[in-house]
Design a protein around this ligand. Structure first.
Ligand SMILES: O=C(O)CCC(=O)C(=O)O
Length: 309
């Protein structure tokens, strides 16, 4: 396994820290890649269990006809023992333990199929979607085809993870991209982006604050298949809501704040008047049930005058 390191003299962990991404070329054997490709067909055919949005397919439909219908399948590891097995492939764990720490957990997998003509994803930071408490989120993007500019490889803005700021997001209608919101307002230009072209079997690791995107697959046939697993430090809690909840806890930002030093990169949001002063209960008469305690934690309601007696 060769890590792709441009001539910087940095070791893998140092390169990742500096640039926010790292390529390990041909980390998986072609036999392993082939196993994952065959499993992709089975998942798309619905043979591994039910997937929301996958329709029953008749044996008359060939594999290409089936796969072309799906851009990406979320959480394949939940139904596929093969995908589950690859979450802890030694080539992944080796790098993860170097750049995240000794204790690493996975919370998501995504299987991109991205047939010819399918769109990419606009600029975003993965911590917009999966909020860790310690900025330890890391994607492991496992190429199941050679990923090139024309079939829609990953593009990154090297070093864009360093400020540790989550840029604003907005809806976009750019036909090059799927429905995912785009980050905007960041101080980098599209021309600063680097295409991460890799041969099949390679893994691109990238930091959860790194701005990245992918462009459409502009070829006339074939796929740009990728298995992307997301990991984080096991020490961090994961305050994550399923998208079905309709809430984005990662982007929720309590703005009843006072800056006491330096600059606030989110100053443009202004401040709000939310907290109400109040007396902390002194435990006389016992405690409230836990759900009532947390509901009150942001709004210490003043005790009624009668309570002070
Ligand atoms: O591979 C792609 O097209 C996009 C992947 C991506 O943006 C991600 O995994 O966060």
């Amino acid at each position: 396994m060769d890590a792709f390191l441009p001539a910087t003299g940095l070791d893998e962990a140092a390169f990742f820290k500096e640039n926010g991404y790292l390529v390990v070329e041909k980390a998986l054997t072609l036999a392993e890649v082939d196993e994952l490709r065959r499993e992709t067909v089975s998942i798309c055919r619905g043979e591994r269990g039910s997937v929301r949005g996958i329709v029953p397919h008749s044996p008359d439909e060939n594999d290409d006809e089936v796969m072309r219908q799906y851009l990406c399948i979320h959480f394949p590891h939940k139904i596929s023992p093969v995908m589950h097995h690859y979450l802890a492939h030694p080539a992944l764990v080796n790098v993860l333990t170097q750049v995240v720490g000794p204790n690493v957990k996975c919370m998501q997998s995504m299987l991109f199929i991205k047939a010819a003509g399918k769109p990419g994803q606009a600029w975003h930071q993965d911590e917009d979607f999966i909020p860790t408490r310690d900025r330890s989120l890391i994607g492991a993007w496992i190429a199941l085809d050679d990923a090139t500019v024309d079939n829609g490889c990953l593009w990154v803005l090297p070093g864009s993870h360093k400020p540790g700021i989550l840029w604003e997001m907005q809806q976009q209608n750019d036909p090059r991209f799927d429905c995912t919101d785009e980050s905007f307002g960041f101080p980098y230009r599209d021309e600063d982006a680097v295409p991460v072209e890799v041969p099949a079997g390679s893994i691109v690791f990238f930091n959860g604050y790194l701005l990245h995107r992918s462009l459409p697959n502009t070829r006339s046939s074939g796929y740009r298949r990728v298995l992307v697993n997301h990991y984080m430090s096991a020490e961090s809690l994961l305050p994550w809501l399923p998208s079905s909840s309709g809430k984005r806890i990662a982007l929720t930002d309590y703005r009843d704040i006072i800056l006491v030093a330096g600059t606030d990169p989110y100053a443009y949001k202004g401040v709000e008047n939310i907290a109400e002063p109040g007396v902390r209960p002194d435990k006389q008469g016992g405690c409230l049930p836990p759900e009532k305690q947390s509901a009150d934690s942001l709004s210490f309601k003043p005790l009624l005058e009668d309570d002070d007696d």
